[in-house]
Design a protein around this ligand. Sequence first.
Ligand code: PLP
Length: 318
Amino acid sequence: MSQAAATPANFPFLSDRHLDPHAYPDGVVFLDGQYLPMSQAEISVLDWGFLHSDATYDTVHVWDGRFFRLDLHLDRFFGGLEKLRMTIPFDRDGVADILHNCVALSGHRAAYVEMLCTRGASPTFSRDPRQAVNRFMAFAVPFGSIANAEQLRRGLHVAISDKVRIPPASIDPSIKNYHWLDLVRGLYDAYDRGADTALILDFNGNVAEGPGFNVFCVKDDKLSTPAVGVLPGITRRTVFDLCAEAGLSAVATDVGVTALKAADEVFITSTAGGVMPVTTIDGAPVADGKVGPITERLMALYWKRHEDPAWSSAVRYP
Ligand code: PLP
């Protein structure tokens, strides 16, 4: 199903949205066939997405009025739906139209844009997931980054938690999901130790990922990133693509804690912030404790490619 184009005339709430003191975060949601201000979006407490974390989602960003690699995010979202046996009444073009409309209606030029589907609730409160009516929704809110401006300049301080990422045999990490208790507990470990954020381990004791990001290390100009038990991030994939173009070697493999701490450079990757430097791990500097040259180069290449029509597409603002 295709969506009507977004124009202020179709959506009269837009004119007074900014006057609503409860409208924070300032954004637009698509829910049950309607576009609403964020403050008016409501879902049932009986939805399995809420009760059982039975949901999948994807997040794409808009930078300077352009979606970045939207096709890859749609591929991952529809892959997750299929693996979880969820169905939605929209095809890829329909979902893309809804995302465009959410951003256009929000007016944001830099946005964090999420599409998600919950298992929903069964009309009879049956325990059989096949009876549930799956629920698709989407929203656009202002762009947010894991690292703030100061952290981007000085590099993030990261602590390695002993929490173990939920293993891939339990939850296929290629299905982007809200099973975050391990990551959130890792974050508390990090805060207790004065760090900005956390990395957690895989079931073999190697480094896995962090709350909302993948991790890379650089040693002797070669890049590596954990291969198993992690979300195949689109930013991670973009780093591989940029490395291939720049003639840098990058592999997905086991990354041990010792190797990470002995790296020349470490950085994390996420749609929420792009390529972000890490300059201390567990209180000790990574190499000389400064943002490294390969990290800086990849940060610049990453943001530059947001203008490239091969990797980005203009939001259809009214
Ligand atoms: N790992 C986890 C657990 C995530 O939630 C995310 C993003 O939300 C990532 C990695 C990074 O993925 P991407 O680069 O696609 O944003």
